[in-house]
Ligand binder design. Structure first.
Ligand SMILES: Cc1ncc(COP(=O)(O)O)c(C=O)c1O
Length: 377
């Protein structure tokens, strides 16, 4: 095996998941496993969560019907919600896998209605087809506007081809300290739910809470919560509370595979961007931007080698990065921790995120398929 690999700690996943479950009490859990379970590996993440038997997620959510198609190989039964709007080219995947599409326009419904009668895969569908309606309460991305949602849902509820299994919305700012806009969105959503109830229009499950809301907005739990990043051990921002204890699931390791001296009139890596003032010892480590170790980390990353922290120097290249290692006794084959803990030291996805101006979501999703995932129970 290549000496650069990610360790996926499934017992940390279980701890995070059960901590979330405990916090949301009676609400069901829709585990968000899009983008290959945020880079952790769809198959193993789903298998681990499903091994929790009675406590397993009641729903899974993915972005794409192609992701759901893969998930169906590992889980034949759990309902799967697809967040992204579907296209006509994806109808076969929706039907053959009994997926729950997100709907919010008449165009979606017309396409489905026609296809339910005419598409060759539609015979596999359990009818009426379950759908979730996405309501836009202020994110202004996807969904029927909150002030138009009642009419849309009312009309849909009269259509025998469909059963409304859920109505949901998504928060734009639940991970911010100031929850005023998130609360405004929640209020708009709850007003809609009340109106539907008053008019005896059944809408199945109501859901809204992503990780930020699960941490800080108990009023938003409703029937289902939708944790993503928190399952994988990270808070969605540095502004939420840490009301649930979370443990990072992904660690990232490599080894030293070359050591050399560099002299004061020389530079290191492409562009010779790093120019030592004195003679230094440099260790090369076989991970680069093709592995998702972002090129913008140039001269910014750090690693733990033999219990000490070292600075990365020079351009991050496609397959390799370099560290200044002082005069330390470091040689070929020594373990390099790029994400993870070693004794008193810890580097997590926030350290890389801060250097890159991003968030842990992008760090874990970005670790490419070239990096083998090793699963630890
Ligand atoms: C609709 C929806 N719900 C829930 C989530 C999970 O969000 P988080 O990872 O912040 O918990 C996402 C992720 O982007 C999403 O798009």
């Amino acid at each position: 095996m290549r000496p650069t690999f990610a360790v996926i700690n499934l017992s940390n996943l279980k701890k995070n998941y059960l901590n979330i479950r405990r916090k949301v009490k009676k609400s069901k859990v829709m585990a968000v496993v899009k983008a290959n379970a945020y880079g952790h590996g769809l198959k193993e993440i789903v298998r681990k969560l499903n091994s929790l038997n009675k406590l397993k997620p009641e729903y899974y959510a993915v972005a794409l019907s192609q992701e759901a198609d893969e998930l169906r190989k590992y889980d034949r039964r759990t309902p799967i919600l697809v967040f992204e709007p579907f296209t006509s080219g994806e109808l076969n995947l929706l039907f053959k896998n009994n997926l729950i599409p997100t709907v919010f326009t008449d165009a979606h419904l017309n396409m489905l209605r026609y296809a339910i009668r005419n598409h060759k895969e539609a015979s596999k569908l359990i009818k009426p087809m379950k759908v979730h309606v996405k309501v836009d309460t202020g994110m202004n991305r996807l969904g029927v506007r909150y002030d138009e949602a009642f009419d849309f849902i009312k009309k849909l509820s009269g259509n025998k081809n469909f059963s409304i299994d859920g109505v949901y919305t998504h928060f734009a700012t639940s991970d911010e300290r100031d929850k005023s806009f998130a609360n405004k969105q929640l209020k708009r959503f709850k007003q809609l739910l009340e109106k539907l109830k008053r008019n005896k229009i059944s809408f199945g499950h109501a859901h809204a809470a992503n990780s930020g809301a699960i941490l800080d907005m108990p009023d938003s739990y409703l029937d289902i919560v939708r944790p993503g990043i928190s399952l994988y051990g990270y808070y969605p921002s540095l502004e939420t509370t840490e009301s649930i204890h979370l443990y990072p699931v992904m660690s990232l390791y490599s080894v030293v595979n070359a050591v050399k001296y560099v002299y004061p009139d020389e530079g290191v890596s492409y562009g010779l961007l790093y120019r030592p003032k004195k003679k230094i010892k440099v260790a090369a480590v076989p991970i680069g931007y093709a592995d998702g170790f972002n090129r913008a980390l140039t001269n910014k990353a750090r690693a733990i080698i033999k219990g000490k922290i070292y600075n990365q120097i020079g351009r991050v290249t496609m397959d390799r990065i370099m560290f200044e290692i002082g005069d330390d006794d470091i040689g070929i084959g020594d373990r390099v921790t790029l994400l993870g803990k070693y004794k008193n030291f810890k580097i997590d996805a926030w350290d890389l995120s801060k250097a890159l101006g991003t968030i842990p979501y992008e760090i874990t999703c970005g670790i490419s398929s070239r990096v083998t995932r090793v699963y630890k129970n």
